[in-house]
Design a protein around this ligand. Structure first.
Ligand code: ATP
Ligand code: MG
Length: 759
């Protein structure tokens, strides 16, 4: 039986197989793009399941997006040969956090029906708190403070733990108080923000070792994809779940690995070991953690991701097996060669070898195109796509990856004109539209009567004569009694605190919500949703609206109800919306994907278009303004992620004029274009429409003796070269400390050559 290798293992290369089969003890797979890291994780889960080592519910697997989680689950089913009966703990950090919290909400002071607030709610809440402190909310913008709180939460810091300097920097030194007040307010509202989805479980585990122990017994295997983009809070969370405390560690305070994690790691709430614990712990089976990642693809530093978590892994999980994968299965040698050469311009890399055997004389080089402006860029990309379509390429296999989401509109407009199907992934979302948010506020309040933000959003939408004065009275009444506003409303209508008209109006609102709440358990949720929008007068409000957008909004509301059909309950739907940012589009239609480079992580497409490679856009102005190396290097990693999404074709574009914030600016080609290797790049000969600007483009100009001196010989390029003071102009040949980056050509041997890159 053992001699026969299961099907799912036979396609793997030896290193991949090792990573799949090393089921005991910690494993770190560190490897470049397209080497099969995600495939290894998926196969590893299939292997665990089909060898009966664990039940699906004993596997904790973390992916970067919900979409990736769904795909992984499907793949596992295919590998195992039958649909997997639930993998309840396969999801993003956030979705797993929600699940943990719903089970144990009371341990952190919430009820299990808590609401998850989105950014907009958070900002409004903070604004109220700032005003309540008597502070000027113009001088101390709520949005800025929301960002600060998010940063603290990414680092796993509670109000008592934030650095003194941070606390002083905002609101006349009241930063800490405000943060604490915000947390209290969230608990009163029975709500939490995204950061809390991680922090609450951490708090809960630290304060309740018995609960943590239960999970230690439960999760036998932990797997993490895109490990390079975990932040400190996520890492703490992982470590709590993956490390059963050993007796010696129990009483000790923070170990060396903890030093950078602030006080949470050394928090006094760590319980002393109970007698007998250590004995049973050593007898228990170990928890096997496997993380896969690529330091060159760490692109969420701006959101608190710590690429150092990779280095920390070996320290915190002693005896970890580190496996490197070197063969890229995704891209052609030109694409891989271009990407590898570009990323070699970063310093401080862990360094790795990459080669591909996907070579073919017909493989296209990476194309670089110039356009006059973004409209022309979109038109040209559209034409290119239509050509591919004529050659029977699937639109599903084509993606446009932009640096900034404002770039999308131009493509969307163009595709609408051409009648090309497209989908925007993770862009300005359907659920963020005003009418959708209003409707959702109604649904939220029906499901969760303590949701004051929802209440405030719709109490006078449509207009019912319940203006600011009434709301303020209600607010004070609710505050004084520490009850939710809807509850306050149902009490206040029995008093004479309000004017007769407002009172009558509020009476109706309260009666409506009572009725809907009772219907919640009996009426199908889509029917109820429709009923709510009708009876509240919300639909009628848009029907009466004569503005140009009104019909579209009504359409959207219909679409909202339609989208609820896929869920079993209204609560389930609300949770989905709060969490899922990447799933709302029709997945069955053949369509070009448009998304930001950030959301393209982990994906692959046959053809990839990368528009907007201009200084100030890519690398982004923010990174340039920082001046340091780290921002620029993160931009370069983003470029690496972009190129390595492509399997067969990669088209890069830059324009010479771009409108940014309504102003036309003439732009310089991105420095990253200079960093592409001539051997793998072809500069397209452009149409005359570009005027004199691009005359002279072409292969002949490009073919220079020194392969690392990419001079495109155009005014734009020249200007770009002159303007740059960065080290990127250093000649490759003069750099020291090179490591070898190997790009394979077919079988190893005579056709393998080396390209030098930095360590
Ligand atoms: P990224 O860093 O971009 O997330 P990755 O390392 O996770 O990439 P995968 O997405 O797992 O790489 O794999 C890239 C492609 O290579 C996929 O299409 C995958 O199916 C394919 N692949 C991986 N390993 C093999 C193999 N042993 N044989 C054939 N194809 C493979
Ligand atoms: Mg992957």
């Amino acid at each position: 039986d053992k001699a026969q290798r299961p099907d799912y293992l036979s396609g793997l290369n030896p290193e991949q197989r090792e990573a799949v089969e090393a089921l005991e003890g910690p494993v770190l797979v560190l490897a470049g793009a397209g080497t099969g890291k995600t495939r290894v994780l998926t196969t590893r889960i299939a292997h665990i399941l089909s060898t009966g080592r664990a039940f699906p519910s004993q596997i904790l697997a973390v992916t970067f997006t919900n979409k990736a989680a769904r795909e992984m689950k499907e793949r596992i089913g295919v590998l195992v040969g039958h649909a997997v009966e639930g993998m309840p703990w396969l999801g993003t950090f956030h979705s797993i956090g929600v699940k943990l919290l719903r089970r144990h909400a009371e341990l952190v002071g919430l009820r299990s029906d808590f609401t998850i607030l989105d950014t907009d709610d958070v900002v409004r809440l903070i604004k109220q708190l700032i005003q309540a402190e008597g502070l000027d909310d113009k001088r101390w913008p709520a949005k800025q403070f929301a960002g600060m709180i998010d940063t603290w939460k990414n680092k796993g810091l509670d109000p008592s733990q934030i650095p003194e300097g941070d606390a002083r920097a905002f609101a006349n030194g009241k930063g800490r108080e405000l943060y604490a007040a915000y947390q209290n307010r969230l608990l009163t509202l029975n709500a939490c923000d995204f950061g809390d989805l991680l922090l609450h479980p951490i708090r809960m585990f630290r304060a309740n070792p018995d609960v943590l122990k239960e999970y230690h017994g439960k999760f036998r295997y932990i797997l993490v994809d895109e490990y390079q983009d975990t932040n400190t809070a996520q890492y703490m969370w992982l470590r709590l779940l993956a490390q059963r405390p050993r007796p010696s560690e129990r009483s000790a305070s923070a170990g060396p690995g903890d030093a950078r994690q602030g006080q949470v790691a050394a928090a006094p709430d760590r319980a002393p070991p109970r007698s007998g614990d250590s004995v049973s712990a050593s007898k228990q089976q170990q928890i096997n953690i496997c993380c896969v990642g690529d330091d060159d693809q760490s692109i969420y530093g701006w959101r608190g991701a710590e690429v150092d978590n990779i280095l920390r892994f070996e320290k915190d999980f002693p005896g970890a097996k580190v496996i490197k994968l070197e063969r890229n299965y995704r891209s052609t040698e030109h694409i891989l060669g271009a990407a590898a050469h570009l990323i070699a311009h970063n310093e401080g890399r862990l360094g790795k070898t990459l080669f591909t055997e996907r070579t073919n004389p017909e493989d296209e080089k990476v194309h670089v195109h110039a356009a006059w402006d973004s409209e022309e860029e979109a038109r040209a990309v559209g034409e290119e796509i239509e050509q591919l379509q004529r050659k029977n390429h699937k639109l599903n296999d084509i993606a446009i990856l932009v640096r900034a989401s404002f770039q999308m509109r131009e493509f969307e407009d163009r595709f609408v004109t051409l009648g090309l199907n497209y989908r925007v992934i993770g862009g300005p979302r359907f659920y963020e539209r005003m009418e959708i948010r209003d409707a959702m506020a109604y649904f939220r309040l029906v499901c969760q009567p303590a949701d004051d933000l929802a209440f405030e959003r719709i109490v006078n939408t449509p207009k019912r004569g319940l203006g600011d004065t009434t709301v303020r009275t209600l607010h004070d009444y609710a505050r004084a009694r520490d009850i939710p506003m809807l509850a306050a409303a149902s009490e206040i209508i029995e008093t004479d605190e309000l004017k007769a008209k407002a009172r009558k109006s509020l009476f109706d609102v309260v009666a409506d919500f009572r009725r809907w709440q009772t219907l919640l358990e009996t009426t199908p949720h889509t029917e109820l949703a429709e009923q709510i929008l009708e009876e509240s007068g919300y639909t009628a409000m848009w029907q009466a609206d004569k503005s140009a957008e009104a019909p579209g909004r009504l359409e959207n509301l219909k679409e909202l109800i339609r989208s609820m059909e896929a869920f079993e309950s209204m609560r389930g739907f609300l949770e989905h919306v709060a969490l899922v940012m990447d799933a709302e589009q029709n997945e069955n239609m053949d369509a070009v994907s448009i998304m930001t480079l950030h959301s393209a992580k982990g994906l692959e497409f046959s053809t990839v278009f990368l528009p907007g490679w201009e200084e100030g856009l890519f690398p982004h102005q923010r990174a340039l303004d920082e001046g340091g190396r780290s921002g620029l290097e993160e931009e370069r990693r983003l470029a690496y992620v972009g190129i390595t999404r492509a399997k067969h074709r990669c088209h890069i574009w830059f324009v010479s004029n771009r409108r940014i914030h309504g102003l036309w600016q003439s732009t310089l080609p991105s420095r990253f274009l200079d960093e592409l290797p001539i051997a793998h790049v072809e500069v397209a000969e452009q149409e005359a429409s570009y005027g004199g600007y691009s005359r002279g483009y072409g292969q002949s100009r490009f073919d220079k003796a020194d392969p690392f001196e990419n001079s495109y010989q155009t005014p734009g390029w020249k200007r770009a070269q002159q303007h740059r003071s960065e080290a990127t102009r250093d000649n490759w040949g003069t750099r020291s400390g090179h490591s070898v980056e190997r790009i394979g050509y077919g079988e190893s041997g005579p056709r393998t050559r080396t390209i030098e890159g930095e360590l």
